[in-house]
Design a protein around this ligand. Structure first.
Ligand SMILES: NC(=O)c1ccc[n+]([C@@H]2O[C@H](COP(=O)([O-])OP(=O)(O)OC[C@H]3O[C@@H](n4cnc5c(N)ncnc54)[C@H](O)[C@@H]3O)[C@@H](O)[C@H]2O)c1
Length: 441
């Protein structure tokens, strides 16, 4: 069954969701107040890089099922279901999440929403937010409407596939909701996934909010766990890469998210574990709060380890030419929010090094956000004259780089593999000194 859907907030999550909903046959209108982003989408151009999504956007627009606006009043008629996908960044000067965009979106929606419509929040929120937003929507609109929570689990770099075939769909519904109507609307929106046997779980609002932050906290904990073990390996001469491979064969542990390196970043994991920790501290859940504090500090410590390795390779950093390979927080995205790669680059610059950053997709964002950082689009030009290269984002173009070709342009053949991603033996055979994390230096 085809629905009339609005998607409010067209960032990495909302733009993907709008495209996918249209691709699934629904009639979709996307709402976005950011003029640049909206103009780009209206011109049929995805305002960020995400593999495969540009093609799907083009197809969805051509099908006539997807259009964009900045006016909430345009969405009222097109509205069996409104998805809220606005940002919930970290508050400045606090660990907690800034939920103001959500309240503002709900206020705007309350003025135009029609009886019978369902609102589904997809943003990641502190537990308790959905119940509060629901009360706000019911009070302000005075209409017979419902608000449910439908957290999103997509990964940047795999957003299209994750949206089309998620591991599960979770819908949190208030116990005050009297009928099955809202659940049925969500089932209709995701009928293709349900037909493909993707689990569809109905919970209460608080559980649905916690499912999302708990999943992110678990993934962050797994990364910090192997990074903490990597420190132990460094102190004992063991090899954390081999260790991770060996323990990853245990099905209970699994090998994903178990490669040690410079840690996690991005627009989600860091702010989500901070917000989870803040909420847990606020309500007295001491266990998870102290666990997440440890996860966070282990994560940050790994970046400091790269600076130590740079000093080991070069001695004094002042005036040394260092190229940082990668700026995006991970490969297959141009997202530089909380990027460990960029934090390493900025720390080296503060320590007096002459730093140059390369990335195949994220340099426009770097130039905008960090105009003081030197950047180069061409990889060999970026490497020219370097006394140290640091692999900071696992783009395949770096794995495909020929160490012999790189040798001919650098000043000194020093390499730190911050992601344990490159073939160290190949680089060593070409005469490079290779420093890895999680190995005795
Ligand atoms: N990026 C991801 O991979 C991902 C994955 C799962 C969940 N999430 C969650 O989804 C939410 C959005 O994340 P994102 O990465 O897309 O953020 P983003 O910053 O890229 O996008 C948010 C968008 O919302 C718009 N917006 C703000 N206020 C608005 C309003 N009142 N009305 C309409 N639009 C408004 C902004 O202009 C922006 O374009 C966050 O809660 C995030 O934690 C993100």
């Amino acid at each position: 069954m085809s629905l009339k859907i609005s998607v409010i907030g067209l960032g990495y999550l909302g733009a993907t969701h709008a495209v996918v909903m249209a691709q699934l046959g629904h009639e979709v209108i996307g709402v976005e107040p950011n003029v640049e982003r909206l103009d780009s989408l209206r011109a049929g151009k995805l305002p960020f890089y995400e593999p495969g999504l540009q093609e799907s956007l083009t197809d969805a627009v051509a099908s006539g099922r997807l259009r964009f606006t900045d006016r909430h009043n345009e969405i009222s008629a097109a509205a069996d279901l409104h998805f809220i996908c606005v940002g919930t960044p970290q508050l400045t000067g606090s660990q907690a999440a800034d939920t103001r965009h959500l309240y503002s979106a709900i206020s705007d929606l309350a003025t135009v929403i029609q009886d019978g419509a369902v609102v589904a929040g997809k943003s990641t929120v502190p537990v308790g937010t959905a119940a509060d937003l629901r009360a706000e929507l019911l009070n302000k609109s005075g209409k017979k409407v419902e608000l449910v929570w439908n957290p999103e689990f997509l990964r940047e770099g795999h957003a299209l596939q994750d949206s089309l075939t998620p591991d599960r769909i979770v819908v949190g519904i208030s116990p005050e909701t009297k009928d099955l109507g809202p659940e049925m609307v969500l089932r209709a929106a995701y009928s293709a996934q349900i037909a493909a046997q993707i689990p569809f779980l109905v919970t209460d609002l608080a559980t649905s909010e916690l499912v999302k932050v708990a999943a992110n906290a678990f993934l962050a904990t797994k990364i910090s766990f192997i990074n903490a073990v990597a420190e132990m390996a460094e102190l004992t001469g063991a090899d954390a890469g081999q260790l991770a491979e060996a323990i990853g064969f245990d099905e209970r542990i699994g090998s994903k998210f178990l490669r040690n390196g410079i840690g996690f970043g991005g627009g989600c994991l860091p702010k989500d574990i901070h917000a989870f920790e803040a909420k847990a501290s606020e309500i007295g859940a001491k266990g998870i709060a102290s666990l997440l504090q440890a996860v966070d500090s282990i994560n940050l410590e790994r970046r400091a380890r790269v600076i130590d390795l740079a000093k080991l390779a070069l001695g004094e950093l002042t005036g040394k030419r260092i190229v940082v390979l990668g700026a995006a927080f991970k490969a297959e995205t141009d997202d530089i929010r909380e990027s460990p790669a960029l934090e390493v680059a900025l720390a080296l610059k503060s320590a007096g090094a002459t730093v140059l950053v390369h990335d195949p997709m994220a340099l426009d964002a770097v130039r905008l956000k960090h105009p003081g950082l030197e950047t180069k689009d061409d990889l060999l030009e970026a490497l020219a004259g370097a006394e140290l290269a640091i692999l900071a984002t696992e783009w395949s173009l770096y794995r495909n780089l020929d160490p012999v070709a790189a040798s001919s342009v650098v000043a000194v053949k020093n390499l730190i593999d911050g992601r344990n991603y490159l073939d160290a033996e190949k680089w060593q055979s070409a005469g490079w000194s290779v420093f890895g994390l999680g190995r005795g230096a």
